[in-house]
Design a protein around this ligand. Structure first.
Ligand code: NAP
Length: 642
């Protein structure tokens, strides 16, 4: 198809361009690596409007002029020169990042960048492995982001699989969370499968309906629906040691109980799925409507009502600004303030010109995604890592952390210069990175400064039929209460009962302290793979889709190992699992979220961080590129069954 664009339209599109990514396209279009001069290397600086600036104006104009000529020539049919050499690509990475990316990132980032357009994480099994794998039966629990991905990869590997989903549709969290203002807080051009880019996302940070559409679209393109049993709940699974199969107990949409048999069980149920209601006296006595953010009552009209919101985490941060203008009076009960991270484009639409560049300019989308990936993930890692022997006080964990804290506190102050009373409440005392930072474009502080909104920081004593009573004895009358109090994250896989070798139940083994090797496998539970399992959550942005892509590649790699070896079981060695967890704990203790001054859902009751990956993302990529056969015991069937 011939692509045409007027010069005026192209000028307008180039005005919207992310210039470092455009410069990389220019290198591809011209084959001229000498364009990578120091003056064209961005020095990202935070501008007064919160946006990142990188180039002098003359350099900007120069890049745009050159890009315009090269794009027009490309559209007119000029062939692409040979691709840049690996050394040039390596330099290009540094240029886009505006930093010298450490050498150990090269393989990882080359994979992520995938300039050839190849889906590098798709399974590439030998015909023999495929033949053996075709006899395997897999059950996947959940058809959210990770379950869909598992289905795609299993299908590509030619395996027989069923995805069991409790809801009537795919999408998981993006199906269930319909609260006003729900949207992803990662830039969408990164929060999307690497092999399913969407150049037409309407927003930089998509809203829930857009994301649900995206996941439905991916499901349709990969024709997964025939493999999904909707409105069917997995209640538990028992490993039959003699036959080396999981007996998966399900409840169908008609309420019938059935048992599915599978060689492999993959759970893809997320961490943030089961609402957590606060442990406050009198909750059940409230006479008006009350509901959790993840169970939003669309039938309750909040217009003109007095509303109490409990919690100020990621969900409340999104819905409070949406409901504030509608309600008569809103009281937001805060226990701990969140850290806002400036994101001026948070609610912005992607301009048409930028969409055009993403779709039509060779490699622009690839480099734009790469830039987001670097800046928002490992580029930020050092700032939330503790300095050894840090003596600077509990509000930070190191010098870089303290410096970043200072910048963010200024950004908060600038949003309410005349409200010292409010500032005192919203500036966190714990270190940045202790809890998940929330993307901020000013709407939160604007909502809190409305005449009809109050931020209450006096602790809650109880809920009464008429409202919320705080410890100072004040009763805050409310017509509705909304719980933005998060999820039962550390009860991984709950309420399913997973019974492994020797009749041992997984939660009993964990005893409130969930652990797995690389978040995925546990000794005593052969052929069980957990996606988004213990210690695979991320705090300072980064995309959980990246983790899922790594995990699923690894799991499918394990199945390939089994297929090649003709093994009936694969089970992680206890010493491998235990040694990994020792490393995880030591590393988590060095991160802001492991600080003893932070209390969060990332930690279990004993204070151990059970949720988070404490290393750079590159380490997860390296650890999961392919399974190490030495980490596992491969077993044959106990009976003579073929
Ligand atoms: P959350 O971050 O766990 O926040 C729960 C809030 O409720 C916190 O402010 C917590 O205070 C408060 N709280 C809990 N129990 C309380 C009690 N008994 N009394 C008073 N306050 C109480 O939950 P969430 O906002 O639903 O977010 C959970 C996670 O989901 C996020 O971290 C994020 O990973 C994900 N999420 C992502 C998005 C997105 O991508 N846009 C949106 C929503 C959620 P404390 O801090 O003091 O515990």
């Amino acid at each position: 198809m011939t692509v045409t664009i007027s010069e005026a339209e192209l000028d307008a599109a180039l005005a919207e361009a992310h210039l470092p990514a455009l410069l990389m396209s220019l290198v591809h279009l011209t084959g001229d690596a000498s364009l990578l001069t120091q003056e064209r290397r961005p020095a990202y600086v935070l501008l007064a409007d919160g946006k990142l600036g990188g180039y002098h104006e003359a350099v900007q104009a120069d890049i745009r002029d050159r890009a315009k000529a090269a794009i027009l020539a490309h559209l007119a049919g000029a062939p692409l020169p040979p691709p840049p050499s690996p050394e040039t690509v390596r330099r290009m990475m540094d240029w886009v990042a505006g930093a010298d990316i450490p050498g150990n990132y090269a393989a990882f980032l080359t994979d992520e960048l995938s300039l050839t357009g190849a889906d590098t994480k798709s399974p590439n099994w030998t015909p023999e492995a495929r033949k053996a794998g075709a006899k395997m039966k897999v059950v996947v629990v959940g058809a959210g982001m990770s379950g869909i991905l598992a289905g795609i990869r299993l299908k590509q590997a030619g395996l027989d699989f069923t995805i069991v989903e409790k809801n009537p549709d795919v999408g998981g969290t993006w199906l269930e969370n319909v609260y006003p203002g729900c949207r992803v807080d990662n830039p969408n051009h990164m929060y999307s499968y690497s092999f399913e880019p969407n150049h037409d996302f309407p927003y930089y940070y998509s809203t829930q309906p857009v994301l649900l559409d995206y996941f439905r679209g991916v499901t349709a393109r990969h024709d997964l629906r025939p493999n999904i049993r909707f409105e069917t709940t997995v209640e538990g699974a028992v490993f039959d040691e003699d036959r080396a199969v999981w007996r998966v107990e399900i409840q169908t949409r008609d309420g019938d109980r059935e048992t599915l048999e599978a060689n492999i069980l993959i759970t893809a149920v997320g961490q943030l799925n089961r609402p957590r209601y606060p442990d406050i006296d009198g909750l059940e006595t409230f006479e008006g409507p009350s509901f959790h953010s993840a169970r939003w009552r669309t039938d309750v009209d909040l217009t003109g009502k007095r509303v109490a919101v409990i919690g100020t985490g990621a969900s409340a941060y999104q819905f409070v600004p949406e409901i504030a203008p509608k309600v008569a009076h809103l009281e937001v009960f805060q226990r701990t303030p969140p850290w806002p991270l400036p994101g001026p484009t948070y609610h912005d639409e992607v301009p048409a010109g930028k969409k055009w560049l993403l779709e039509h300019v060779p490699f622009y989308g690839k480099w734009y995604r790469f830039w987001l990936f670097w800046m928002l993930t490992d580029g930020f890692y050092e700032a939330v890592k503790a300095d050894e022997g840090w003596k600077g006080g509990p509000e930070a964990v190191g010098e870089a952390n303290a410096m970043m804290r200072g910048m963010l506190v200024e950004a908060i102050r600038a949003q309410a210069p005349n409200r010292p009373d409010l500032l005192e409440k919203v500036i966190p005392e714990y270190p940045l990175g202790g809890k998940r930072g929330l993307v901020d474009n000013g709407v939160w502080m604007a909502a809190l400064q409305r005449d009809n909104v109050d931020l209450i920081t006096t602790p809650i004593e109880r809920v009464t039929p008429r409202g919320v009573v705080t410890t100072d004895g004040v009763e805050h009358g409310a017509d509705a209460i909304i719980y933005g109090t998060g999820f039962q994250a550390s009860r991984f896989l709950w309420p399913m009962r997973i019974v492994g070798r020797g009749g041992v139940e997984l939660h009993d083994t964990w005893n409130g302290d969930p652990r797995a090797y690389l978040g995925m496998t546990a000794p005593g539970f052969p052929n069980l793979f957990i996606l988004y399992g213990p210690n695979t959550n991320i705090v300072v942005n980064g995309s959980i889709i990246f983790f899922s892509e790594c995990s699923v590649r690894y799991v499918v790699g394990c199945l390939e190992l089994m297929a090649k070896a003709g093994a009936a079981t694969l089970e992680v060695k206890r010493e491998v699992h235990d040694a990994f967890n020792v490393r995880v704990d030591a590393a988590n203790a060095r991160m802001a979220w492991g600080s003893p001054h932070v209390d969060s859902w990332y930690k279990n009751a004993a204070g151990r961080v059970t949720q988070n990956w404490p290393f750079p993302l590159v380490d997860y990529w390296n650890a999961t590129v392919a399974p190490n056969p030495d980490d596992f015991t491969l077993g044959v069937r106990a009976t003579a069954e073929a």
